[in-house]
Design a binder for this molecule. Structure first.
Ligand code: 5GP
Length: 183
């Protein structure tokens, strides 16, 4: 059986990665890796569904045990991709999607050069800010930190294999499907 493809989708928080990934998964089968994080659950998020929620101590133990494919610190919290799940699905020939931030994505590329790195861009800076502010669950302080981080992330977009503008979800999804099929 041939190996599945490892697809990394990044882009500043608020770009609509989650919506685009959900739309991709409605149309075709992809394994979605569930990340571990030390940030607190937001709204209706549940452990093992949106994330595996960990204490800093637990997360650091996982780092020590080399359980991560990649991990990064994002606005004061750890986020990481558990390695075994991803390697198992790829070995089964399944395509796997990672929805992760930029530092982690670049680590994946280093370790798995065949990974497809897709940077999802917001249609505009204003739209990004509107979307981040629309998340009533985040404090003003968090929003400001995330906006600053968005600029840092946008500066790294040229390191990606592909850039896709999330102007409409339908169009972005079709473009991404085209990229995955050709790869
Ligand atoms: P949020 O707190 O909004 O759920 O996620 C913050 C950022 O962390 C987003 O850009 C999200 O894509 C990224 N992220 C989620 N899981 C992982 C992961 O496992 N590794 C890395 N490097 N980033 C992640």
């Amino acid at each position: 059986m041939s190996q599945g493809k490892l697809i990394v989708i990044s882009g500043p928080a608020g770009t609509g990665k989650g919506t685009v990934v959900a739309a991709l998964r409605e149309r075709k089968e992809y394994a979605l890796s569930i990340s571990a994080t030390t940030r607190a659950p937001r709204g209706t998020e549940a452990d093992g569904v949106n994330y595996f929620f960990k204490t800093t101590e637990e997360f650091e133990k996982m780092i020590e045990n080399k359980e991560f494919l990649e991990y990064a610190n994002f606005v004061g919290n750890y986020y990481g991709t558990p390695k075994q799940y991803v390697l198992d699905r790829l070995a089964e020939g399944k395509n796997v999607i990672l929805e992760i931030e930029v530092q982690g994505a670049l680590q994946v590329k280093e370790n798995y050069p065949e990974a497809l790195l897709i940077f999802l861009l917001p249609p505009s800076k204003e739209e990004l800010e509107n979307r981040l502010r629309g998340r009533a669950t985040d404090s003003e302080e968090t929003i400001i930190k995330r906006l600053a981080r968005a600029d840092e992330e946008l500066a790294l977009q040229d390191k990606y294999d592909y850039k896709v503008v999330n102007d409409t979800v339908e169009r972005a999804v079709e473009e991404i499907e085209g990229i995955i099929e050709k790869a």
